[in-house]
Design a protein around this ligand. Structure first.
Ligand SMILES: [Fe+2]
Length: 390
């Protein structure tokens, strides 16, 4: 995600200008060192890519594996190179869920998705905010809905799925969504000068919507949510037929999936990341209390995340910007795309979700620290930044 302004960021590194926005909002921040040491000690280990077997060492060649990836941002040449470097053999029988923010330009989007479709047997996609930027690098679309339709047409042409589908007994449900400001229910940070959303977030300039739609109210979020109604019959069928369902979206369904405001260089980030109706829809699919097999994949904030909330496992596995990857505690990108599911045998639809992704800076932090949304005292690295600016 790109926001122009001060967003959750690394206390160690200065903010830098991006070619693609005024300032990169994203997440050049890391867990404070005292927490980091504890997390490193207990969590650093990468889950192996699941190799399906019958327990006797015999592997199943026809097993189904599902990989996830978000925020590819292939307008960065390093990221496009990463996509091109994916094995041409390793994923031939596998599924890839792409949770939005593939590219800003239509040409890069098509190029990226065609490479992914070449590597994976099935590729699913939901659009992110960057995908719907309407004016970039010589391309101009009537508005962001016009661009959305063009992307969906492009997916159809490439054989990329954007609707719910059963794959060998596994239910996969892409969910359209957009953020709304009232998603933020937590106490605002006061006493420091925080940029307005319009100044901080490039979406407000790069996207264009019909007059009746806006992310300042819930109209845009409801518009995108209503797009899922067209697929309700397929969702019903999947719910009747599948023991394992994986849903995915670009935006966040719950505010707890983002660090507290006091931890973020741009505390108002919470106002441009999520949708309440998305969570309602997810619960309508996975059940109010979830289940051991309930899993939702999301993107947008570029924070690696893997946590269970009220019975649903929420996962984010972003490629993110090149400089963000360099600072990741779990290093680079060789753990991506992340395998979240493997069946014992494809035609039996019996399988399991992966072990927990590790390390995930912030979801690991919140697994051992209580969230304090009413605490508005800035984290030291945030306070330091705002002190410099005052
Ligand atoms: Fe995004």
């Amino acid at each position: 995600m790109v926001v122009t302004g001060l967003l959750p960021s690394c206390p160690i590194l200065p903010l830098q200008q991006s070619n693609h926005s005024k300032i990169n909002f994203s997440h050049r921040y890391s867990v404070p060192i005292r927490y980091r040491k504890r997390i490193i000690k207990s969590y650093i280990q990468r889950p192996p890519i699941l190799v399906p077997s019958n327990g006797n060492g015999e592997t199943f060649e026809d097993a189904l594996r599902v990989f996830v990836l978000s925020d590819l941002h292939t307008d960065y040449s390093e990221n496009m190179s990463w996509v091109n470097s994916l094995s041409t053999k390793r994923y031939r029988k596998d599924v890839l869920l792409v949770a939005g923010d593939v590219a800003e330009t239509y040409n890069n989007f098509v190029l990226t998705m065609s490479v992914l479709k070449d590597r994976f047997k099935h590729v699913f996609f939901v659009p992110g905010n960057h995908d719907l930027w309407r004016r970039s690098k010589g391309e101009k679309h009537l508005d962001s809905l016009d661009k959305l339709n063009r992307l969906l047409d492009g997916c159809r042409g490439l054989g990329v799925e954007t609707s719910p589908m059963m794959v060998d007994g596994l239910g996969i449900i892409p969910l359209f969504s957009w953020y709304h400001e009232s998603f933020d229910k937590e106490k605002d940070i006061t006493g420091v000068r925080i940029l307005s959303l319009e100044m901080a977030c490039k979406d407000f300039h790069a996207c264009k919507w019909p007059d009746e739609l806006s992310s300042k109210d819930v109209s845009l979020a409801l518009y995108f949510d209503a797009m899922n109604e067209q697929n309700q019959h397929k969702i019903d069928e999947i719910q009747r037929s599948c023991n394992q369902i994986i849903t995915f979206s670009h935006f966040l369904p719950r505010q707890e999936l983002c660090p507290e405001k006091r931890m973020l260089f741009y505390p108002n980030l919470h106002k441009i990341i999520g949708s309440d109706s998305l969570e309602v829809r997810i619960r309508s699919i996975h059940g109010t209390d979830g289940s051991p097999s309930a899993c939702h994949v999301f993107g947008h904030t570029h924070f690696c995340w893997d946590a269970v909330l009220q019975g649903i496992r929420y996962i984010q596995a972003p490629l993110a910007y090149p400089r963000e990857r360099k600072r990741r505690m779990n290093g680079g990108e060789d753990w991506l795309p992340f395998c979240i599911y493997s069946s014992a045998k494809a035609d039996q639809g019996i399988g399991s979700l992966s072990e927990k992704m590790s390390a995930c800076y912030w979801s690991d932090y919140y697994s051992i620290n209580t969230r304090q949304p009413d605490n508005t005292e800035l984290a030291p690295w945030v306070a330091k930044l705002y002190a410099k600016r005052s």
